[in-house]
Design a protein around this ligand. Structure first.
Ligand SMILES: C[S@@+](CC[C@H](N)C(=O)[O-])C[C@H]1O[C@@H](n2cnc3c(N)ncnc32)[C@H](O)[C@@H]1O
Length: 234
């Protein structure tokens, strides 16, 4: 059967790439990924490379299927974990049951965020605005905050960045004092964690790589003592 590997490559640092991800890449004839993802495997790649941009995903998946059909081992690299706002969805949408899709899980930016903040995330509401910012989804977020849920979310860097999320929540009746945290460039040398509230986040700009937490932060004191370098006060 035609087979494609979709491999999670972690949030950025090579320290968060799993040994099995490296093994599969080493054996692959064709490796598809963003420049950033490919650069994490320079020592492992022996096959051909196809560099991916957000515009070329569909075309690249078609090429992956064609290559797998003629017997090539194909690896598609996906930031973090492929199953959370990653490349698994477009791969599944573009393939049928005749293609065996095997996921090699990766460490998600969501997991790193929770780990940095000492958060248990088994009762957390997760949102991703990365691949769609509908009014319904935004209002689901408002509802979750009103219900005092702990929330971890991926903003959309262009149309729904942290400051717009803060603005939307405040405009929809959420207190501007609500705790909000933004974790930027996780695992990378310029990692930064900003702890504040919605009012504070309203005035800050962040780069495209960030995860946001709203409300319910149980171990804030321990966290602050570890990270006070990057601390922006409440
Ligand atoms: C296309 S989504 C992929 C998410 C990925 N599948 C995951 O599990 O982390 C890209 C978004 O993930 C988040 N992200 C990825 N790497 C990150 C990092 N190193 N630090 C903070 N956020 C990151 C950002 O919100 C970014 O816009």
């Amino acid at each position: 059967m035609t087979k494609i590997y979709v491999i999670g490559v972690g949030p950025g640092s090579p320290d968060y790439i799993t040994p099995i991800a490296r093994k599969v890449v080493q054996n692959a004839h064709l490796i598809i990924g963003s420049k950033r993802a490919l650069s994490l495997f320079l020592e492992d790649i022996k096959g051909d490379i196809l560099s991916l941009t957000s515009e070329s995903i569909g075309e690249a998946i078609d090429y992956a299927v064609e290559s797998a059909k003629i017997g090539k081992i194909v690896a598609i690299l996906s930031t973090g974990d492929p199953g959370f706002a990653g490349l698994l969805r477009p791969v599944l949408n573009k393939t049928t049951d005749s293609v065996d899709v095997e996921v090699i899980p990766g460490i998600s930016s969501i997991q790193i965020c929770a780990a940095r903040l000492n958060m248990c995330w088994d009762e957390t509401d997760l949102f991703s605005f990365h691949e769609g910012v509908s009014y319904e989804k935004k209002m689901k977020l408002v509802k979750a905050v009103k219900e005092k849920r702990d929330i971890i979310l991926l903003p959309d860097p262009k149309s729904f960045p942290p400051k717009e999320i803060a603005r939307f929540l405040i405009n929809n009746g959420i207190s501007e004092e609500t705790t909000a945290i933004v974790c930027e460039n996780l695992t990378l040398p310029n990692e930064k964690i900003i702890i504040g509230n919605l009012k504070k986040i309203l005035n800050l700009d962040f780069g495209p790589l960030c995860v946001m937490v709203v409300k319910g932060f149980h171990r804030i004191r321990k966290f602050l003592s570890c990270w006070n370098d990057e601390y922006v006060g409440l």
